[in-house]
Design a protein around this ligand. Structure first.
Ligand code: ADP
Ligand code: MG
Length: 319
C-alpha cells in the first residue's frame, strides 16, 4: 500500500464530522473556521515507544491514549475539543496494526466531537505526536496561575492507578483489568473542565504526579498548599498496596493519571457533589492553598510527611 493509500484508508474522515472543518485530510493544509468569540487552545504531545509505552502495547489502546492525553490538556484549560492532527512514525506498514490504532483513536475522537483534520506519516522508530485544538470562550481559559490562599485543592477520580499498573507490567506480573485500563485507556475529564468555568481559580491535568503538577499551580500562583494524605482519593487496589508498603510516592509522584487538579474558592465546597454528578467523575477536596510557597503533606497520622521523589523528568539535572 502506498503512503497515500495508507492515509486514505486509515485516516481520512476519521472522528466527528464538523461544520467548522472547511477542508480536512488530503490537501496541503486543513482549513478550519473557529468562531470569532473563542480563543483557540492548542497543545501537542509525543509518545515514543520504549519511553512512554511498551512497544508491544495493544495498538487500539495506543490510539486511544495518544488522543486522550491531548484532550486531558484541553480539559485542564476548560476548552471544548474540536480538531486534531496526527504525526505518525512507523517502522513498517502493518495494516492490522494501523486498523486497530485508528479504531482506538476514532472512538475517543467520536466520543468528544473531535475531527482528525491532517497529519504526517513517515517511516522510522515508532513514535506518535498528536496536536489537539480546542475552543474556549475568549479570555476564559482556566490557567495555572489563579490560586489564592484559602482556596480548596481538589482532584478528580483516583490517583496512582496507572503507576501501580506500570509497576506490575514492568515486573512481568499479571495486572487487574481495572488497573490496565487506567494506564492504557485514560479518560480525559473534558466535561469537568467545561463545568469548572467561572468556578475554578486554577487548574492542571495530572500527568507527572500530583506533587509535581500541583507544584506548577503553586509556582505560577505564587502560593503554597497543605494537603492531607488521608484524603487522597484511592482505588481499592492502590489502597491495598499502600496498606502493605506505605509507599505514598505511588499516588503522589507516579505519572499518567490524567485526572484534573483544581482550586476552588472556599464557598464552593457545597457545590462539589452536584459538580461531580454533572461531570461524571468523583471529586475530592484534599487540602488548602496557603500564603507562602511549597507543598506540605500531612501524613495519615497527622504528622508532616515529605515526598521522596517528585514526578517524572525527561531531562533531570546531572549528578
Ligand atoms: P504534504 O507532503 O503536502 O505535507 P502529506 O503527503 O504529508 O502532504 O499528507 C497528505 C495529506 O494527508 C495531508 O492533508 C496530510 O495532512 C494528511 N495526512 C498525512 N498523514 C496523516 C495522518 N497520519 N493522519 C491524518 N492525516 C494525515
Ligand atoms: Mg507532510
Amino acid at each position: 500500500m502506498s503512503e497515500f493509500d495508507l492515509i486514505r484508508t486509515h485516516f481520512a474522515r476519521l472522528g466527528a464530522g464538523r461544520e467548522d472543518v472547511v477542508l480536512g485530510v488530503g490537501d496541503d493544509c486543513a482549513l478550519l473556521r473557529p468562531p470569532p468569540d473563542r480563543d483557540l487552545a492548542v497543545s501537542i504531545d509525543t509518545l515514543v515507544a520504549g519511553v512512554h509505552f511498551l512497544a508491544d502495547v495493544d495498538p487500539g489502546a495506543l490510539g486511544h491514549k495518544c488522543l486522550a492525553v491531548g484532550l486531558s490538556d484541553l480539559a485542564a484549560m476548560g476548552a471544548e475539543p474540536a480538531w486534531a492532527t496526527l504525526a505518525l512514525t512507523l517502522p513498517a506498514e502493518d495494516s492490522a496494526w494501523l486498523h486497530a490504532f485508528a479504531g482506538g483513536f476514532a472512538a475517543v475522537a467520536l466520543a468528544h466531537g473531535v475531527a482528525l483534520v491532517g497529519g504526517d506519516t513517515t517511516r522510522g522508530p515508532l513514535s506518535i505526536s498528536v496536536q489537539v485544538h480546542g475552543l474556549v470562550p475568549a479570555g476564559q481559559g482556566i490557567r495555572r496561575g489563579g490560586a489564592c490562599p484559602g482556596d480548596l485543592v481538589c482532584v478528580s477520580g483516583t490517583l496512582g492507578d496507572a503507576g501501580l499498573a506500570l509497576r506490575g507490567l514492568l515486573a512481568g506480573e499479571p495486572i487487574a483489568d481495572f488497573l490496565r485500563a487506567r494506564l492504557e485507556r485514560p479518560t480525559p475529564r473534558v466535561a469537568l473542565g467545561l463545568a469548572l468555568h467561572g468556578l475554578a481559580t486554577a487548574m492542571i491535568d495530572i500527568s507527572d504526579g500530583l506533587a509535581a503538577d500541583l507544584g506548577h499551580i503553586l509556582e505560577e500562583s505564587g502560593v503554597g498548599a497543605e494537603i492531607r494524605l488521608a484524603d487522597l482519593p484511592l482505588s481499592p487496589e492502590v489502597r491495598d498496596h499502600l496498606a502493605r508498603t506505605q509507599d505514598w510516592s505511588l499516588p503522589l509522584a507516579s505519572g499518567d493519571d490524567y485526572e484534573l487538579c483544581f482550586t476552588l474558592p472556599p464557598g464552593q465546597v457545597a457545590g462539589l457533589p452536584a459538580l461531580s454528578d454533572r461531570s461524571g467523575c468523583a471529586l475530592s477536596p484534599i487540602g488548602r492553598i496557603r500564603a507562602g510557597s511549597g507543598l506540605i503533606c500531612q501524613g495519615p497520622d497527622g504528622s508532616p510527611w515529605t515526598p521522596e521523589r517528585t514526578g517524572f523528568n525527561h531531562f533531570p539535572d546531572p549528578g
